[in-house]
Design a protein around this ligand. Structure first.
Ligand SMILES: [Zn+2]
Ligand SMILES: [Zn+2]
Length: 250
């Protein structure tokens, strides 16, 4: 079917505006540094193709990728040992290669312009794995105020806000508070991570949460200890269902 003339003109005008902007301010790929050949974003086709997407052979609970053919729903070993407080967690891609590089720039390098690219990946993940229409609120994993002051922003909150706009759902960033600054988790094992984040969060306004479906957002999920602790708080405050989505899975 032919598109109406007005939308065609508008699309042409937008494409022309992008082309002009690209001439003045070329967009460089966050992966390889070359000029981006896609109409939007900061990732060239070649780098985009290298992202390792998460398949369907995953733990039904935490989304852990299973290196085997599976024909039935199952929980991974970690989820059986310590059932997480969230109902389901999924990630867009593997925390490796260009995705790892982008997330690193986004989180530690002040590259907040990558937010739209990352939110787009997150959006695809949410549409693929969750009933997006049933999400009542999008909730970012909070950062401790001290850390946020140092970094200038909470990367999870930026992602959550951008995703919420795409889903047309409210982003409720201040429903949770980080009550305790926790040491970095990078070198900790699963058990230590669970200890590390215990009682690190508090729900500010349980009335917002009660009976609702919350979608918790973070940039990366590793063992899921942080997201599980956040989810436990939301559940204790009366959340009916807690889902979680991250851009990447470590
Ligand atoms: Zn590239
Ligand atoms: Zn699992």
């Amino acid at each position: 079917m032919q598109r109406p003339v007005v939308t065609t003109l508008l699309a042409d005008a937008t494409a022309a505006a992008v082309a002009v902007l690209d001439l003045a301010f070329p967009r460089h790929c966050a992966g390889c540094g070359r000029t981006v050949d896609r109409p939007q974003g900061h990732l060239c086709w070649e780098c985009f193709r290298t992202i390792e997407w998460r398949g369907t052979a995953v733990c039904q609970r935490c989304g852990l990728l299973i290196e085997a053919r599976v024909t039935h729903a199952f929980d991974c070993h970690a989820c059986q040992e310590h059932p997480p407080a969230f109902d389901r967690a999924r990630s867009a891609g593997r925390f490796a290669g260009v995705l790892r590089e982008m997330l690193h720039q986004f989180k530690y390098g002040g590259a907040t312009w990558l937010c739209a690219d990352l939110a787009e990946l997150l959006h695809g993940c949410v549409l693929a794995h969750f009933a997006a229409a049933e999400v009542d609120m999008v909730v970012p994993v909070p950062l401790h105020t001290q850390k946020q002051r140092e970094r200038g922003y909470n990367q999870a909150a930026l992602l959550a806000a951008a995703l919420a706009r795409r889903l047309q759902r409210p982003c409720v960033a201040d429903v949770l508070a980080r009550t305790r600054a926790t040491p970095t988790q990078t070198h900790l094992h699963a058990n230590q991570r669970r200890q590390n984040v215990r009682q690190a969060f508090a729900v500010r306004s349980p009335a917002w949460v009660r009976g609702r479906t919350a979608l918790v957002i973070d940039d990366v999920m590793t063992t899921g200890a942080t997201i599980s602790e956040v989810s436990a708080n939301l559940k204790r405050a009366g959340a009916w269902r807690v889902w979680a989505a991250t851009v990447a899975r470590g």
